[in-house]
Ligand binder design. Structure first.
Ligand SMILES: *[C@@H]1O[C@H](CO)[C@@H](O)[C@H](O)[C@H]1NC(C)=O
Ligand SMILES: *[C@@H]1O[C@H](CO)[C@@H](O)[C@H](O)[C@H]1NC(C)=O
Ligand SMILES: *[C@@H]1O[C@H](CO)[C@@H](O)[C@H](O)[C@H]1NC(C)=O
Length: 450
């Protein structure tokens, strides 16, 4: 036995792979200028082909790669199920994916017969692919559920539990499957359940989204929502998707000093810099600067203005949840447990992600329950029950009344993988029927399953 170990260690440097399992899989993340988290240097196929520019997406559950990224003909481990599924990401047209299998890996781990979606397109809004890490129940290739990355890592004995955690800090971000970064957060972490989807007539009997119960939302100290709703923290979304009454309240809360440029609403950057959004998640308050969801910028008469990455959802009609922006991951360490369906969150204490605590049956971290962990979202959100802010009439800075503001839904934000959500199909007329609303002209990637 001892001899064998010595031989293994001797060969280890030659193969460049640890032969003793580490029980976790870590992937370095990178951030694009518009705050999307992506992964470089994954490998698909045998012999391995390097794939890069892959968005990390907690809001979806499949690995989707474009047909230019990887050439199945060059892999002898490739197999095609011949199952085909329609797929759509906001600004893209409808396209088809094939459900295929091949060897998949990172620098220190490899999975055989990994199922993924090979897209019949050459790019996905300038990215080469999307790595969905959500629940299997949210897979786009639904017909036959399959083990997606968090689950397959466990069944391949690379990790001991279907869970992961994200260090989203802007310097040196990363994701670890099967472990927590023991030194990175202020102990204890706050614990709350993932919320089950409430439909019109019933609540799902299982979890399909990594979504949380939000009790209330404030913008610059003004309450813009006081009705419970479930929201995803979507690592694949650099914008905030919420209901139309809340969008209207946000605009009212930001005041009358705005410009309308090509049907989109812009606010002075200097004013936005002072504004924070706070989200009460079962009593745990998440806070982020509104500047993090500024998309397009325009200069008008020497003053710089910013448009906000906002998108509407109509609960019960085109979605059952809202989406919180991925910038939150920069400020809070987050842990996602897909086996016991809970979420851990805490502020960062530092940048040291060098020590990974393996998670198997237990977590070796201190946790406290969220103050209102028992009060989960359970009754379908209703627009008419939402709080309504009334625009102040004192300021004459803007001659335009909010109702004249049309909304350009061809403009865009990134919101990936919102299961059955078809945010992109919201028609401008529906929105302008309301007092006011906006979205901003930056890139959009909203997935819907047609
Ligand atoms: C791929 O898309 C092209 C058009 O862009 C189409 O002609 C072709 O039939 C598609 N192939 C599959 C397998 O869907
Ligand atoms: C990739 O997809 C594009 C767009 O549908 C298609 O025109 C092209 O033929 C495909 N390439 C391969 C290698 O399948
Ligand atoms: C579900 O409820 C919403 C909001 O109450 C409503 O607008 C929608 O029409 C309902 N959908 C169905 C299928 O009943």
């Amino acid at each position: 036995m001892l001899l064998l170990l010595i031989i293994l260690q001797f060969f280890a440097p030659i193969f460049g792979k640890p032969l003793i399992p580490s029980n976790y899989a870590k992937l370095q993340l990178y951030q694009s200028p518009d705050l999307m988290y992506y992964i470089q240097n994954l490998e698909l196929g045998s012999p391995p082909q390097s794939i890069s520019n892959i968005i990390l997406d907690t809001g979806s559950s499949d690995l989707v790669v474009t047909n230019e990224t990887y050439n199945s003909l060059k892999s002898h481990a490739y197999s095609n199920t011949l199952e085909s599924y329609p797929e759509k990401f906001g600004s893209t047209d409808l396209f088809y994916v094939n459900k295929v299998e091949d060897t998949f890996g990172g620098s220190l781990w490899k999975i055989k017969e990994f199922t993924f979606a090979l897209a019949n397109r050459t790019d996905l809004d300038s990215f080469s692919g999307i790595l969905g890490v959500g629940y299997m129940a949210n897979e786009a290739m639904k017909a036959n559920q399959y083990e997606n990355l968090p689950v397959k890592l466990k069944s391949s004995k690379i990790t001991k539990r279907a869970m992961f955690s994200i260090n989203g800090q802007s310097s040196n971000p990363s994701i670890v499957f099967g472990g927590v970064y023991s030194r990175i957060f202020k102990s204890p972490l706050t614990k709350m359940p993932f919320t089950r989807q409430v439909g019109n007539f019933s609540t799902l009997a299982y979890n399909n989204l990594l979504s949380l119960t939000v009790n209330s939302i404030e913008v610059g100290g003004t309450v813009v929502s006081n009705q419970k709703l479930m929201y995803e923290i979507d690592s694949g979304a650099n914008g905030f998707a919420t209901t139309i009454p809340v969008l209207n309240n946000i605009l009212v809360a930001l005041g009358n000093d705005f410009q309308v440029i090509q049907d989109n609403v812009y606010y002075p950057i200097e004013k936005l810099k002072e504004v924070y959004i706070t989200v009460d998640v079962q009593g745990f308050v998440i806070k982020f600067p509104i500047m993090d969801i500024v998309g397009d910028r325009q200069v008008v008469q020497g003053i710089e203005y910013g448009g906000l990455n906002l998108a509407p959802v109509m609960i019960g009609t085109n979605s059952y949840h809202g989406t919180l922006p991925n910038c939150i991951l920069q400020y809070y360490y987050t842990v996602y447990d897909l086996e016991e369906n809970f979420f851990l969150i805490g502020e960062y204490a530092g940048k040291d992600d060098s020590h990974v605590g393996i998670v198997s049956n237990n977590y070796d971290v201190a946790t406290v329950s969220a103050p209102k962990a028992a009060e989960t979202y359970s009754v379908l959100y209703q627009d008419y029950l939402e709080t309504t802010l009334t625009p102040s009439t004192e300021s004459a800075e803007n001659s335009q009344t909010p109702s004249e503001i049309a909304t350009d839904t061809s403009s865009s934000i990134y919101i990936s993988g919102s299961s059955s959500t078809a945010i992109s199909t919201v028609s401008p007329s529906t929105i302008s029927a309301n007092p006011s609303s906006t979205s901003s002209p930056c890139r959009r990637k909203i997935r819907s399953h047609p």
